[in-house]
Design a protein around this ligand. Structure first.
Ligand code: TXA
Ligand code: MG
Length: 324
């Protein structure tokens, strides 16, 4: 039964209540879920993912009222944001209640909380009743899974069940907003853009990679096994003419259409969707496909740096070596 792909919610609840680990679909990426009030179950998440204990987990709940079970205060801006974005791809960092397992918050005084939007997982949460701690269902540092099959190929029989909710609608992880700071800080860009947040609560600041050493912000998160480099679109043709690359088999991931003539037979041009929402939905799948292909190098060009494009570029940045 281990690692089985299923749509059986009753079975999923039964496994979770017994302290098991179930991969669940969300609108962003698949999560690796366990009962947030069961330390043994939460410990298994860290073991399966090979995740350092210093990296805290998000707790997923079914509804707004349930945030109070985990956070000491729900500021008014959280309520305002929730009215617009929850259920959905926005995670709130709030001061945690004292009963919350140390392991979940990695010893921090704050907790990440999210109400996911996927109907199957929302129903699961309602049936389960409590909170589900769930990081993305990939092995530590690897690309997040956006389908049940992705989870199976990464974590296989280490999970007790994989709940199949189809391909993830959004395709990249939630936006993380720290509401314990003033102004609030976007710790991770995601599907809810900074602009959309600011329309509701006014100016927010963004996380400064250089200044803080929060584990989830580490570089070479979400990375492919095949080396990946990031090249600005306008430098791509010059880059590909580099003599040193000639013997290498290269996959090019870019929104640009393929040139009429590709001088280098070792280059495979894989055009990405022009629409940024579609691009977000596909980017991890494309990374995975390239990894399965017979390439020595993946070359990727960034999206426009606005809206969800910021989140896409963040993931590209973390998956790639230094830009050229
Ligand atoms: O879309 C998502 O957020 C997915 C789905 C499954 O919900 N989950 C996800 O979880 O991406 P994970 O664990 O892969 O990333 C959560 C990030 C980590 O980088 C972690 O460091 C950060 O959230 N985080 C969690 N709790 C935090 C806290 N109290 N303070 C600061 N960062 C926190
Ligand atoms: Mg993750």
């Amino acid at each position: 039964m281990s690692g089985q792909i299923s749509q059986d919610l009753n079975l999923a609840v039964e496994i979770l209540r017994a302290g098991g680990v179930v991969a669940v679909p969300t609108e962003t990426v698949y999560g690796l879920a366990a009962d947030a009030s069961n330390p043994e179950a939460v410990k298994r998440i860290f073991e399966i993912k090979c995740r350092p204990a210093s990296n805290p987990l998000i707790v997923h709940v079914a509804e707004l009222n349930a945030l109070e079970n985990w956070a000491t205060t729900i500021p008014q801006i959280a309520t305002q944001l929730a009215a617009r974005f929850s259920p959905g791809p926005l995670t709130y960092i709030l001061p945690k209640k004292s009963h919350v397992e140390e392991m979940i918050t990695a010893g921090k005084s704050t907790i990440g909380l999210r109400i996911p939007q996927h109907p199957l997982t929302l129903e699961l949460l309602q049936m389960f009743g409590g909170g589900l701690a769930a990081p993305s269902a990939n092995r530590f540092t690897r690309v997040s899974p956006t389908s049940a099959i992705d989870v199976q190929s990464d974590l296989g029989d280490q999970v007790d069940l994989i709940l199949d909710g189809g391909r993830c609608e959004i395709g990249i992880e939630s936006t993380i907003l720290d509401l314990t700071q003033s102004p609030p800080v976007v710790l991770r860009h995601g599907a809810v853009s900074q602009e959309e947040i600011e329309q509701v609560i006014g100016p927010v600041s963004t996380f400064n990679r250089a200044a803080t050493a929060s584990p989830g912000q580490s570089k070479l998160h979400y990375s492919t096994q095949t080396p990946m480099v990031r090249v600005e679109g306008e430098s791509l043709s010059v880059f590909l003419r580099n003599e040193n690359l000639k013997p290498k088999k290269i996959a090019v991931l870019t929104q640009e259409p393929a040139p009429k003539r590709l001088d280098n037979p070792n280059v495979t041009w894989l055009q990405l969707p022009g629409d940024e929402r579609e691009l977000a939905r596909e980017i991890y799948k494309r990374f995975r496909d390239c990894d399965c292909g017979d390439y020595d190098l993946i070359v990727v060009t960034p999206a426009a740096e606005s809206g969800i494009g910021r989140a896409i570029n963040d993931r590209i940045h973390r998956a790639s070596r230094d830009s050229i």
